[in-house]
Structures are given as structure tokens and as C-alpha cells.
Design a protein around this ligand. Structure first.
Ligand SMILES: Nc1nc2c(ncn2[C@@H]2O[C@H](COP(=O)(O)OP(=O)(O)OP(=O)(O)O)[C@@H](O)[C@H]2O)c(=O)[nH]1
Ligand SMILES: [Mg+2]
Length: 363
């Protein structure tokens, strides 16, 4: 068999794909479950549906636990839906579940959203995610994209590297912080500053919102360097200075031959009260602005290209891991006795087992 060609779908997967393409949201849910559980043939299914990927706008929302990400996600989804657009939502391990209702904001409730046509909500577990959190989450988002949603919103708690990767798989990343508990400092430590295309200071109805907003802006300014400095960092370039000098000081001696300068994106810091919806319209407006900027500058294609390369690497690693697990199980046996029977150093044994890796060891 030609290893480079895709395997045909089994009849039952073919039926599932057909229902998916016909717009059956139950089929979408089944496909996501297959991906989440890594059920046999799930990559063939993803491959078959891959043609439809690439139309949706992807927005990541991340931040510390309890910052109001779900409430904000619901409010953003509501606004987009009211504009006539459709929204898929992937929430990774929400501690306050989307369908719980009681824990969610008063005005916009997720369980109201969940039953609305044009909105599809899916929670994913971060623990025990075999294929890697960023990988399976991306694949769930791809499926929603291929299904035809205009937007895919990805909510993750920004507590670790893999959670941040989920957010950075999006076209635009919103970092949600709250005035209490020194979120400004926490954000810097957790690497949230780096991934933000937009900051939201949520719970602006509580004291300290202005102070947090200022804190974030100060950190941004420090990271960018003084606007009038000779070599500003990649954020916060002062364009009046560039225009006066007639060249981009950030270019570092590279003569761009008079090509028009592309303004850098400086992450705005917005105040929101997600529970009442205040400030959410501006957030959506700024998200539109960021997407326009991505398109105009070519950053959208570039970001997506890099993300696709990274995803390919993870899919390869996952395949090798899966094969290694099969080879290992064959060797160790059900009773786990092989280790005693086979003499030799771990290195010698592992090298010999590695030779068994290959398409034949795929299940
Ligand atoms: N006062 C106030 N409370 C809010 C606001 N937004 C959300 N909340 C409340 O904060 C709590 C947490 O909100 P969630 O939306 O579940 O927060 P989350 O960031 O999704 O939480 P996890 O997913 O568990 O990390 C809920 O009780 C919300 O009602 C706000 O703007 N102001
Ligand atoms: Mg949540």
C-alpha cells in the first residue's frame, strides 16, 4: 500500500463524515468525542474533513482561575450571535461548568446559549488528554471551523505552558485579569503578558480596576522601551518618530527599500464587567480591529502557517508515541514478564524495539 496516500474511511466513519458535512451537530459532537478519546481512525476522519478548515476566526480567552473567562466568553458569543454570526466554543476544563448556570453571570447565561441554534459549546478535559492538550483542543476547533462556524472561541485557564499554547493557537488572544489578588504580577510570572493581543481587566465593578489597567500599561511600556529610544522593542513603536526619521528604527540596518511601514500591534487594555455585559461591545470591536490588522499585515497567514507546522510536529510525535506504546505492549506482554526474560541493557533493548516502529505497528 502506498504509505503517502490517506487511508479510506471505514463505512461507519464515512457515514459520520457525511452527516457532519450535512450540518448535523450531533455528528460534530461525535467527531470531537472521537478526537478527545483518540478512537481508532480519528486522524483519518480529521484528514477527510480538513478541506473545510481555515474559514473561522479563532479567539482564545485565557487568564487565572475565576477571572470571569466563561462569563466573558458567553457575553462575546452573545454579541457575535446578535450580529447574525455563528459561534463554536471550546472550554478546557472549566471548574465552573458552562452548563451549571448558577455559577455564571446573571445576564448572559451559558445554558441559555447552549440551546441556541448557531451556537455550539464543548468542554474538554485537560487531565489525561493523551494526545496533548494543545493538539486535541486545536483539532476540536478545526472541527468546529470545518463545520462552518464563523467564530471559534477557546477558553483555557492560563496556568501552564500547555494551557497557554491552546490560547496561542488562536488568531487573537485575550488575556483576562481581575483587580483582586495581584493579577498584574501573576500575569507577568505566568507568561500571560507575552501571549496577549488584548487585555481585559474584568470585574471592573470592583475596586482596583483602574490601578490594574495602569499596572499592565506600565509593564507594556517597560517591555517596549521608551518610545523615543533609538531601538525600540517590537511593541510600542512610536510612528511619529518613524515618520520623522524616514525609516523604521526597529529595522536594525535592514534597508527595506521604501516599503510601507506596517504598524505594530499594541495590545489595548480594556475594562469590562462581563456579568453585566459592560465593555463587551468594545472588546468585540477591538477584536474585529485586531483581525483586520492580522489580515492587512499578512500576519494572519503567517501565524496560521506557523501554527500548522507546529501542529504537524505534534501529530507526528503523537503517532510515534502511539506506535511505541504498541511495540512496548507486544514486548512486555500482558503479564509484564518480558523484562525478566530478556537480558541486555535498556539501551540495547530499546534500540532493538525501535526497529519495530513503523506503519505496521499502528493500530
Ligand atoms: N463582580 C463581578 N463578577 C463577575 C464578573 N464576571 C464574572 N463574575 C463572576 O465571577 C465568577 C467566576 O466567573 P467565571 O466566568 O466562571 O470565571 P472563569 O474565569 O471562567 O472561571 P474558571 O473557568 O473556573 O477558571 C462567577 O461567579 C461570575 O458570576 C464581573 O465582571 N464582575
Ligand atoms: Mg470558566
Amino acid at each position: 500500500m502506498d504509505e503517502t496516500s490517506a487511508r479510506p474511511l471505514t463505512p461507519s466513519l464515512q457515514r459520520l463524515a457525511d452527516r457532519f458535512r450535512a450540518g448535523d451537530s450531533l455528528a460534530l459532537a461525535r467527531c470531537i468525542t472521537r478526537v478527545e478519546n483518540q478512537t481508532g481512525g480519528f486522524e483519518d476522519l480529521l484528514h477527510a474533513l480538513h478541506d473545510g478548515v481555515g474559514r473561522a476566526r479563532r479567539i482564545g480567552l485565557t487568564g487565572p482561575p475565576g477571572a470571569g473567562k466563561s462569563t466573558l466568553t458567553a457575553a462575546v458569543a452573545r454579541l457575535l450571535r446578535d450580529r447574525g454570526e455563528t459561534v463554536g466554543i471550546v472550554a478546557v476544563d472549566p471548574s465552573s461548568p458552562f452548563t451549571g448556570g448558577a455559577l455564571l453571570g446573571d445576564r448572559v447565561r451559558m445554558d441559555d446559549l447552549a440551546t441556541e441554534p448557531g451556537i455550539f459549546i464543548r468542554s474538554m478535559a485537560s487531565r489525561g488528554s493523551h494526545g496533548g492538550l494543545a493538539t486535541t483542543t486545536r483539532e476540536a476547533a478545526d472541527l468546529m471551523d470545518a463545520f462552518g462556524f464563523d467564530h471559534v472561541l477557546l477558553e483555557t485557564v492560563g496556568v501552564g505552558q500547555s494551557e497557554l499554547e491552546v490560547a496561542t493557537n488562536a488568531d487573537s488572544t485575550v488575556v483576562v485579569l481581575v483587580p483582586e489578588s495581584g493579577d498584574g504580577i501573576q500575569a507577568m510570572k505566568a507568561g500571560l503578558m507575552e501571549v496577549a493581543d488584548l487585555f481585559v481587566v474584568n470585574k471592573a465593578d470592583r475596586p482596583g480596576a483602574d490601578r490594574l489597567k495602569k499596572e499592565i500599561e506600565v509593564v507594556q511600556a517597560i517591555r517596549a522601551g521608551s518610545p523615543m529610544a533609538a531601538a525600540p522593542a517590537h511593541h510600542g513603536v512610536d510612528f511619529t518618530a518613524i515618520a520623522l526619521a524616514g525609516s523604521n528604527p526597529a529595522d536594525d540596518g535592514d534597508d527595506s527599500g521604501g516599503a510601507p511601514q506596517i504598524p505594530d500591534w499594541e495590545a489595548p487594555v480594556l475594562k469590562c464587567t462581563a456579568s453585566t455585559g459592560e465593555g463587551v461591545a468594545e472588546l468585540v470591536e477591538r477584536l474585529d480591529g485586531h483581525f483586520e490588522w492580522l489580515e492587512k499585515t499578512g500576519m494572519l497567514d503567517e501565524q496560521r502557517r506557523l501554527a500548522a507546522i507546529e501542529h504537524t510536529r505534534r501529530v507526528l510525535e503523537r503517532a510515534v508515541q502511539r506506535q511505541a506504546a504498541t511495540v512496548w505492549t507486544e514486548w512486555i506482554g500482558d503479564d509484564g514478564q518480558s523484562a525478566d526474560q530478556v537480558a541486555g541493557s535498556p539501551y540495547e533493548i530499546a534500540r532493538r524495539l525501535a526497529r519495530r516502529l513503523g506503519p505496521g505497528s499502528e493500530n
